[in-house]
Write a protein that binds this ligand. Structure first.
Ligand code: AMP
Ligand code: ZN
Ligand code: FE
Ligand code: FE
Length: 272
């Protein structure tokens, strides 16, 4: 009985619709998945409905990026109520900033003589750098999505633009006030996980993602001991994005169902 507690759909930068993702989870014999789209909960209800019809448990989630000057700080929110004003306000803010950032990136590319179709980016706030990367490939400027990131889009590259995010505290509070469990995603993407976890715990962090495709056995041991030190939930998932990250398979980190079971059992106590 395996689960995958970190996945993306076409509501953010995955390439499978919420329904197709759940069907794929069924094909892969997963017992449960969490849908954790960037900055939106739009796919959660669709995935839940599909899950009811095909027999896959779906945990409604979200992944919010927070301000951080030591790497990428992403907070997952499990069991968030997508109707809660605290989450709708946070996601609306993040999406608008994402839309503005996309336009700035495209304008820089245009100044460099690199043109892609701009129209979708003017109107669709859920689009992000992976979509720009794909557009660069489609327009013949790059061979692969990776090359698009390397040449233009990664932090420090020629068309990189910083995106305005919410503070750590506001991010955690937005999830907690929406009845969700705030969990630090892929701690390897910050340069100082120990200090970050200590600080985030003071701000209401409840869990840490331990099982992740790029985590080594040493990382898993390191983050397990952090979880024990601060009494955090442990979670895990693949960060599946479909064809935007073709090397990452759904369910590839073999997270046992008991991880979700423990989260569910303690959810009420942690969110009360
Ligand atoms: P954004 O939210 O618009 O800043 O885009 C972030 C997304 O781009 C995340 O899903 C990242 O994992 C993805 N990303 C970052 N670097 C790369 C890369 N080299 N190749 C593919 N995806 C990447
Ligand atoms: Zn993504
Ligand atoms: Fe992330
Ligand atoms: Fe993710």
């Amino acid at each position: 009985m395996l689960v995958d507690l970190h996945t993306h759909t076409t509501c953010s930068d995955g390439t499978l619709s919420p329904e197709a993702l759940v069907q794929y989870a069924k094909e892969k014999s997963l017992e449960a998945i969490a849908v954790t789209d960037h900055d939106t909960t739009a796919g959660n209800e669709r995935a839940i409905q599909e899950g009811l019809s095909v027999g896959v448990e779906v945990v409604p989630g979200v992944e919010l990026s927070a301000e951080c000057d030591r790497g990428s700080l992403h907070i997952l929110g499990f069991f968030v109520d997508s109707e809660s004003p605290s989450i709708t306000e946070a996601t609306a803010f993040l999406q608008e900033k994402r839309r503005e950032r996309n336009i700035s990136i495209i304008e820089i590319l245009e100044d460099m003589g690199v043109f892609i179709e701009k129209d979708p980016f003017l109107h669709n706030a859920y689009l992000g750098r992976p979509h720009i990367a794909r557009a660069l490939v489609d327009a013949g400027h790059c061979e692969t999505i990776d090359e698009s990131f390397e040449k233009f889009l990664k932090r420090g590259a020629s068309a990189y633009v910083e995106r305005k995010k919410l503070s750590e505290q506001k991010t955690i509070t937005s999830i907690a006030e929406a009845g969700g469990i705030p969990v630090l995603a892929h701690p390897v993407t910050v340069s100082d996980p120990e200090e970050t976890v200590e600080r985030l715990c003071e701000r209401g962090l409840k869990g840490i993602e331990i099982y992740y495709p790029t985590h080594t056995d040493k990382d898993v041991a390191r983050f397990t001991s952090l979880a024990e030190r601060y009494g955090l939930f442990v979670t895990g998932g693949s960060d599946f994005h479909g064809l935007h990250k073709p090397h990452i398979g759904l369910g590839c980190v073999n997270v046992p169902y008991r991880v979700l079971q423990e989260m569910k059992e303690h959810w009420a106590t942690f969110t009360s």
